[in-house]
Design a binder for this molecule. Sequence first.
Ligand code: C2E
Ligand code: MG
Ligand code: MG
Ligand code: MG
Length: 283
Amino acid sequence: KAKGLGKNQYCVYTEEMGVHEVRKMELEKDLQRALDQDQFFIVYQPKWNVKTNRLVGLEALIRWQHPRLGLVSPGEFIPIAEETGLIIPMTRWTLEEACRRCKAWQAVGFAQPVSVNLSVRLFQTDLLTELISSTLEKTQLEPRFLELEITESMVFYDINDIIRQLEAIRKLGVRVSMDDFGTGYSSIGLLDRLPLDALKLDRLFIDDLDTPSKRAIIHAIILMAETLQLDVIAEGVEKQEHIEFLTQLGCHVMQGYFYGKPMEDEIIERWMKDHDRREESQR
Ligand code: C2E
Ligand code: MG
Ligand code: MG
Ligand code: MG
């Protein structure tokens, strides 16, 4: 039964469809309206430099407050948005919102760059560079305050075209980092060709850092990044022992629940203020 679809809406559900397919169809249909109805919002997660003991950036992560289903995770709706092409207007919204917020924070004394995740679908549109430069212009954010996170799945696409677009983006002064590095399809063979500023070590590596082989792999990645002049940031840092292992291996920038979960804008603003106060009182 098609519940909650609203008037004049028609949806074909068949006997063979599982709960999963039904939910996916509903989300697909509702996603169309979500943008117009302001159902998306952004949460921000701190990136922390343990050497300087300072906040060095904020990652913007999208959330969908569905009117009936509640909070839907990006892991569930991003793939649908990619299939339907909605990822393009959605990214346009996210970019602008994150840049605007970053600019507003600067005005109240928090000068950290913001990073936005980019689906590989954006690279197939040929309007990505233009989208980024027009957003920067519109929001008056300086390019060095924007970072884009891409994933290894790009290796399946026309790599020369992607390199060309990444070069154009970096020429604007925007930073680019490779997200979830080390999982999925390895882009190691392409690392020296991709114009990048940083690698983000996937959370899965950080999970069991106490095994010698995992440590060896992370160590090798960090050494390789150094040679290629790429910054390294670890994601999914949850425990004190993670920090100890990572710093021993030469990784000093971290992101994870240990430092802070992704937070709504007013909450992260308070979080940043509290950190400033604590720092002042230590002086
Ligand atoms: P990601 O870019 O790798 O983001 C990190 C994910 O790990 C986030 O999940 C974050 O909440 C979670 N995380 C952070 N620290 C920890 C930790 O210490 N422990 C654990 N267990 N998890 C942690 P989230 O927000 O659900 O996002 C999932 C993925 O969805 C993101 O992975 C990103 O690939 C994608 N995504 C999120 N927002 C956007 C967006 O605006 N556009 C696009 N294209 N993709 C997005
Ligand atoms: Mg990311
Ligand atoms: Mg990541
Ligand atoms: Mg990840």
